[in-house]
Design a protein around this ligand. Structure first.
Ligand code: B4P
Length: 218
C-alpha cells in the first residue's frame, strides 16, 4: 500500500481503535501549505486531504463561514478582509485553537493559510507541542506576482468573493503578505522544515510534486 493510501485508510479508524493506531507508531502528521494569496493553497488542499485523509483547516474558509453566518467574529473579520488586510492574530489563533480541540481524533492536520504571522506560528507550535505532534513540513508554493494577480482577478469574476473583486485590494493583500507573512517561512527555515515547490503550471503536476515531498517525510 502506498504511504498516502495507508494514511487515508487509518482516517476511518474510530476512537476505540486509537490504541491500535498508537501501537502502529503512526503519530499525528501535520503539514502547513504556505504561499501568497492565489498561489493555489485552497486548490491543492482539496486534493491533498483526499489523498492523505488529513483534516483541512483553512482560516480563510473558517472566516468566510463566520461572515456568512453574520457572527460578531465574522462581522469584525470582514472589515479587515474587505481591505485586503490580515485579521488580528488573537481572533485567528482563538479560532484555530478551537478547531484543533474539536478534531482531536484526527491523525493529522493540513493547515491552509495559517500561520500568516510569526505570532500565529509561535502559537501554533505551542498548541501542537502540547499534543506532542509538531509540524512535519511547510510546503511553500512559489508563484510570480503577475500570475497571482491574474488568477485572483479571474476568480473574482465568478467567486463573488469581496476581496477578489478589484485589483487594488488584491495588491493590498500581496503587500500584506510581503510585510507580515514571509517572515513565517523564516521561522520554520530555522528548523529545516521549509520545502519550496514551483506553484506555476498544471494543477496535477504541482500536486505530484507536493505528494513526492510528503511521501519522503512520512
Ligand atoms: P485565503 O482564504 O487563505 O485565500 P487566498 O490566500 O486568497 O487564496 P489561495 O492561495 O487559497 O488560492 P486558491 O487555491 O484559491 O485568505 C483570504 C483572506 O482571509 C486573507 O486576505 C485575510 O484577510 C484572511 N485570512 C485568512 N487566513 C488568515 C490568517 N491566518 N490570519 C489573518 N487573516 C487571515 O487559488 C486562487 C485561484 O487560482 C483560484 O481561482 C484557482 O482556481 C487558481 N489556481 C490555482 N492553482 C492554479 C494553477 N496551477 N494554474 C492556474 N490557476 C490556478
Amino acid at each position: 500500500m502506498l504511504k498516502r493510501e495507508k494514511l487515508a485508510h487509518f482516517s476511518h479508524f474510530s476512537h476505540s481503535n486509537l490504541a491500535n493506531f498508537a501501537s502502529l507508531n503512526l503519530s499525528m502528521f501535520n503539514l502547513i501549505l504556505f504561499g501568497p494569496p492565489g498561489s493555489g493553497k485552497g486548490t491543492q488542499s482539496e486534493k491533498l486531504i483526499l489523498a492523505y485523509g488529513l483534516k483541512h483547516l483553512s482560516t480563510g474558509d473558517l472566516l468566510r463561514s463566520e461572515i456568512a453566518q453574520q457572527t460578531p467574529l465574522g462581522i469584525e473579520a470582514r472589515s479587515f478582509m474587505d481591505k485586503g488586510e490580515l485579521v488580528p492574530d488573537e481572533v485567528v489563533i482563538g479560532m484555530i485553537s478551537s478547531a484543533i480541540d474539536n478534531n482531536s481524533q484526527t491523525k493529522g492536520f493540513l493547515f491552509d493559510g495559517f500561520p500568516r504571522t510569526p505570532a500565529q506560528a509561535e502559537a501554533l507550535d505551542k498548541l501542537l507541542e502540547f499534543k506532542g505532534a509538531p509540524i512535519a513540513a511547510m510546503l511553500s508554493l512559489e508563484v510570480g506576482e503577475e500570475e497571482l494577480i491574474k488568477r485572483l482577478v479571474k476568480r473574482g469574476e465568478t467567486s463573488g468573493r469581496s476581496d477578489d473583486t478589484n485589483e487594488e485590494i488584491i495588491r493590498a493583500r500581496l503587500a500584506e503578505y510581503h510585510k507580515k507573512t514571509t517572515a513565517v517561512a523564516d521561522h520554520y527555515k530555522v528548523f529545516g522544515k521549509v520545502v519550496n515547490i514551483k506553484g506555476e503550471g498544471q494543477i496535477d503536476e504541482i500536486f505530484k510534486s507536493l505528494c513526492a515531498e510528503i511521501d519522503a517525510r512520512m
